[in-house]
Each structure stands twice: as structure tokens, then as C-alpha cells.
Design a protein around this ligand. Sequence first.
Ligand SMILES: *Cc1c(COP(=O)(O)O)cnc(C)c1O
Length: 425
Amino acid sequence: MTLDLTKQYALEMDKNDPLARFKDEFYIKEGTTYMIGNSLGLLSKRAEKALLTSLKDWKEHGINGWMDGEEPWFYLSEKLGKKSAPLVGAKPEEVVVTGSITTNIHQLIATFFKPQGKKRTIVADALTFPSDIYALKSQLKLRGLDPANHLVQVESADGQTLDEDTIIEAMTDEVALMLLPSVLYRSGQVLDIKRLTEEAHKQGIVIGFDLAHSVGAMPHELHEWGVDFAMWCNYKYLNNGPGGVGGLFVHERHFGTEPGLAGWFGSDKEKQFDMEHHFSPAENAGAYQIGTPHILSAAPLLGSLEIFHEAGIESVREKSLALTNYLMALVDEKLEGLGFTIENPREDHRRGGHVCLKHDQAASISKALKARGILPDFRAPNVIRLTPAALYISYLDVWKTVDALYTIVKEEEFKQFSNKRNVIA
Ligand SMILES: *Cc1c(COP(=O)(O)O)cnc(C)c1O
């Protein structure tokens, strides 16, 4: 497919974009282009309003906000779970909004990793996010198992992507559980969740997915695919704010499995305030909550999810694919010979919500982009991730980003910046 790479085309596409109207719902700093929504999404007016409602409930009701506020806190985690369920293809009771990715990994591994006989190994991959691996290793150590022997990380042949066949080969009779990303955080590769889940189950392996880079970017069918468990954050594509409360999914066939890490907010809601020392867990995903929910970091999600429901996740995915496709075409054409390579898979069904560019001068180029008001996502040592988030990035924004990259490299603007990462990158 050849795309028209003119600025005029970008303007035309924006005019015909059915999601264009959502851009106005977000706070976008004047003169900036926010290409880093895969790291921290922007604040929307509706998310802000939802947070203000919870603050008002606190102001007006004090402790009675738990039951009597406009948005009663006692049921908020379950309500948000129910509203998140369509985004991951789950039944309403299979999702709850709680914890962070890392704490939810701890909870779900503590719950579903049951080493028995020969089956004592966990499989993950060599490209995943460090925190996932730290959590897996510490879970193994807590069971007295040495990660050096009991954690297998499937290697990548090219350093950027994973081969599903290689992952399937790792599903030996020693494996009890697997945790994989839905979308790789660097290269943006989408893994075939359905196929991997089927294969794992043939071997009697419990399988979970970290949806950090797919939730809010593309649809899922977790229930239908039979995935055992999943976790995600809500602060990336779902725009729930810094440190915003995450989400978890447990397939209904596991309801009743005792939580590995029990706490009173995992109780059956009718019984929680009986204050019994005997724990009666909820009979749904709510059982895997631990302590008092972080209301003020969960509330914005209510407003944010409303936008996703209005826009429709299928349309969000469609526009996201069109934008990343356009971005790649511009890179191929306009940045040819300037040292960039595209590291994400090109095919639609294997590509997540961002484009992964490699360049020797990635750090200094990222700083030069920032100086021009375009926010990229640099990952050491040489990767620039660009995320055209469908709800607030336009075709013109994408065009401008590549235009800026051209000038920065062609005119050696990047040389004004050091090629080292900052503390947060
Ligand atoms: C963003 C991200 C995390 C961060 O985990 P938190 O516990 O929310 O800080 C973990 N894993 C992956 C794959 C991520 O992309």
C-alpha cells in the first residue's frame, strides 16, 4: 500500500477521522505533541471530573463516602472492574480494579503457582519488563525454589521479538506456570494469546498475561481464549493518571481458588464487616484484592473508561493501526538514509500501539524532539518509541513528528544534546 505523504493528506485524514472529536477532551499543553501515551496517558476532562466527584464525596460525607457518596467507594473497585471488562473481553465479575501490575503479579503468582512433583518451573521471556521478572524470582524464592533452576526465560533470536513456536517449545512437562506480555514493551510485538493459551493448556500449564501495552490500545477476548489470569496498569493507554490503580482478570473457572495473598478487601462484601478472623473471600475476581482501595487513584478511571466506551475499542484499534502505518510509511520515505530502523513487526496483527525506532543517537534525538515540544519515549540504549494514541493524536501530529525527526538528524540538531539517558527515561 502506498500512502500519500504530504501534509495536505494528513489534514484530510484528520477531517474524516470519526475519533477526532475526542482530542478536545484532553488537556494537551499548547504547542506540544504527546507521543508518549504508552508510558503515561494524558488527563481528560472526564477523568478530572470523576476525581473531583470523589473529592467532593469526601468533603461532604467524610467516612460516609464509603456508602453514601455520589460514587460510593465501597463498590468502586468492582464497578470499575465491570466497566473495564469489555476492554479485555471478560465477564463483568472476572475483573477488578486493584493494585499495580507488580503487586497483581505477586498476588496472581502466589495464587496460581502450585509447584507439584516434576512441575516446578515458571516460564517467562527474555524481553519482558524488569519488574515482572523481579516479581517472578521473588515468588520462586518464597517457595524455596532457586530462580536459576526454576525460571526459564525464552530467548529472542533478533533481540526485539519473540517467536511463538520457540515459546511453545519451552512448554515442557516441568512447567507449572507461564507469564507473558500481550505486547512487548520495547518492540511493540503482539503475541498470539489465543494460540499460546491453547498450547499451554494442552500441557497442563497455567498461563497469565501482562496487558500493560495492549489494554486500551486493542481489543482482547480473555474469557473466550481461556486465559487463566491477567493484569495491567491503567495509567498508560487508559489515562488514569500517574500511579493510577491497575486491574486484574481471573477466569471464572478459577473462582473459589484461595487468594495467595489474603486481605480484608478480598472478602465477600456482605461479610467483610462481620470482622471475623475466618476469611470468606468473594466468589469472583474481587477475592484477589488485598487492602483498602486507593480511591483517589482509581476514581479518574471512571471518567476515562466512559470515553473508551463512547469511542469503542475497535475504532480505537483501527485508528491506532492507521496512525502507526502512516508513521512507518513516513519514516521509510522521509528518513531514508538517516540511520533509523523500524524494529516493531510490520504486520497489523503483530503490531501494538507504538512504533519502535532504533538509532545510534536515540538519546540525543529524543532530547532534541523534546526541545521542539514533541514528547517521545526513549529506552536505553538506542530505542525511541513513538505512540500515536488514537484518542488524542492526529495524523498531522504524526506528520509533524517525522518532519521534526528529519530536521533534527539532517541538520544535526541532535548534536546539541548528549547521547545519554536522564534519570527517568
Ligand atoms: C509499565 C509496566 C509495568 C509497571 O508496573 P507497575 O507495577 O505498574 O509499576 C510492569 N510491566 C510492564 C510490562 C509494563 O509495561
